[in-house]
Design a protein around this ligand. Structure first.
Ligand code: AMP
Length: 418
């Protein structure tokens, strides 16, 4: 028979048992800290309608034009979600979440899918946590969003980060700015990279994002958005900066930080880590005051961010930050003989009911092999059980770390593990 080698798809990783501990620790930290910020979790399906993602993320983005995993079944077109802002905006609209009253302060954790060329820190299935604050155009919402993002990295211990912020204005300011960019770039069109020439026609703001060398001298001299912000947008941006200053959150204003879509508005931000190499963006976000309307919902100013979990974990590795506890079990029952095994099977639920984690050998191994296994499992205590112990209701309770033993009844053991 031909040998079959099944593997994961390119850029899609298994998260193995030795790694899930840190994932769980991070997820628990996010849930716990989100509560402090009065954020509520939202979970949306992994698949969405293609049309939602095309509209909500934008036809002209790399994500939609090149990186979407899509398929159809009958008349329905599905995509694996490449991000979660459009899905959350869809859920908000579909379920009329505005009717709950007030501002909806939402967060999510989950897998996203983009058919990118995989490399370190760039996967095809990756995970994000993120926040969407919907129904407020107050700069407080922008700053709370940024503060939560910073707070998570700080709690994890990643403090060597750089926050970049910018304002891309409202559509009115941006239209004027776009005109200025077009007038500026048009005379040098032929000297720009091919990609930038395309963007000049479709989405001139994105030229500022260009990494192509030939574009750089032109970008450096390009008009700046700040000179085109109307009073309201400039005022909003100033407030955001003022609150960040008051909170002692360091930032750098980066006039080239843009989000190239029309429904992104005003605040844009990105968090960079020098510990990440070429894929150095930990998280990014901004305001999207027009997105909900764009996908058919009510007028809903909103702001959010998305953060890459794999990149956060890479930064932890670089910084020797250990998330989660090493694997261990409180009690390992070592059994000798059939009656002891029968007793062990019944003792496990009692130990667990008392609050301990508990396990025993499933392989009928020798006492020596079971003790070895208890060590491998990093058991804190072992209970050694044979016919003699059962008769006397007196068991050897061994503290594995101290290598100390005492003889205890099962009731005394239950008291101890409580
Ligand atoms: P974006 O949704 O593109 O603004 O990305 C937000 C964050 O998600 C980035 O800063 C990265 O940390 C992470 N991210 C985006 N794309 C990928 C990917 N393909 N693989 C791993 N992480 C990613």
């Amino acid at each position: 028979m031909a040998q079959i080698n099944y593997r994961t798809h390119l850029g899609m990783n298994d998260i193995l048992p030795d790694e899930t501990g840190k994932w769980q620790a991070l997820e628990q930290l996010i849930h716990r800290e989100a509560k402090k910020f009065n954020l509520e979790e939202i979970r949306t399906p992994i698949m969405e309608q293609t049309e939602l993602i095309v509209r909500g993320v934008g036809q002209l983005t790399d994500i939609v034009s090149k990186e979407i995993f899509s398929f159809s079944r009958g008349d329905d077109n599905y995509v694996l979600r490449p991000e979660c802002t459009a899905p959350v905006a869809r859920a908000f609209t579909e379920h009329h979440l505005e009717q709950r009253g007030g501002t909806q302060k939402l967060y999510y954790i989950g897998p996203m899918f983009r058919a990118e060329r995989p490399q370190k820190g760039r996967l095809r299935q990756f995970h994000q946590f993120g926040v969407e604050i919907m129904g407020s155009d107050d700069p407080v919402a922008d700053v709370e969003c940024i503060a939560f993002m910073m707070h998570i990295y700080e709690k994890v211990g990643i403090t060597n980060t750089k926050l970049k912020i910018n304002s891309i204005g409202d559509p009115e300011s941006r239209d004027k700015y776009k005109e200025a960019l077009v007038s500026y770039f048009e005379p040098v069109r032929n000297e720009l990279s091919e990609l930038s020439q395309k963007r000049l026609d479709k989405n001139p703001l994105r030229i500022l994002d260009s990494k192509e060398e030939e574009d750089q001298p032109f970008i450096e001299q390009a008009p700046l958005i700040h000179d085109y912000l109307n009073e309201e947008s400039a005022g909003h941006f100033n407030k955001v900066k003022e609150y960040l200053n008051q909170l002692g959150i360091d930032y750098e204003t980066d006039p080239y930080l843009v989000r190239g879509l029309d429904y992104y508005t005003r605040t844009a931000f990105e968090l960079i880590s020098p510990d990440l190499g070429s894929q150095d963006a930990l998280a990014g976000g901004g305001r999207y005051d027009l997105l909900v309307e764009e996908i058919g919902g009510p007028e809903t100013p909103a702001v959010g961010f998305a953060a890459g979990i794999e990149r956060l974990l890479i930064a932890c590795d670089e910084l020797d930050i250990e998330l989660g506890e090493p694997k261990s079990v409180d009690v390992y029952i070592v059994t000798l003989g059939d009656s002891a095994r029968t007793w062990g099977v019944q003792a496990l639920p009692k130990l667990r009911a008392a609050g301990a984690s508990a396990t025993m050998d499933y392989m009928g191994r020798s006492m020596k092999a079971q003790m070895k296994d208890a060590n491998r499992e990093n058991a804190l205590y072992t209970i050694i059980v044979g016919d003699h112990e059962l008769e006397a209701n007196s068991f050897t309770f061994r503290d594995m770390r101290k290598s100390e033993e005492e003889a205890l009844s099962f009731e005394e053991i239950l008291q101890k593990v409580k």
